[in-house]
Write a protein that binds this ligand. Sequence first.
Ligand SMILES: N[C@@H](CCC(=O)N[C@@H](CS)C(=O)NCC(=O)O)C(=O)O
Length: 124
Amino acid sequence: MPIRIARKAIGAIILGIDKVTSPRAPSRSSQQQALIDQKTDGLKIYEMHACPFCVKVRREIKRLGLNIARTDVKKHADDMTTLISEGGKFQVPCLRIENQQQVTWLYESDEIIKYFRNICLEAN
Ligand SMILES: N[C@@H](CCC(=O)N[C@@H](CS)C(=O)NCC(=O)O)C(=O)O
């Protein structure tokens, strides 16, 4: 299947570029990091390793120095099922946000990145 092979090749190239240009985490006080960790505690990214939109989100997570739980839905069929049944569709990346027992699912890499940036702004 040529499309499958092309996708795999593009994925490998993106992962390679990501590896050599990986962003650096910011340096912050342990107190500030603890505050941010508290704010990101109920978050989990549903992703696939070689998905370019997931790479974009992972890079931002690293650039912002966030500790976010992640699951690769290709490797974890149960998480794939949860994503589809609770989130509403199969699309990655998707951010599961659990806040005081309320769960919401945020699709779209740009929206997820905005959400992360706001957390950091609020913690400053
Ligand atoms: N606009 C979305 C695009 C996300 C997207 O297309 N993800 C692909 C994987 S790279 C996907 O989940 N496709 C669903 C499918 O293959 O059915 C974003 O920026 O997050």
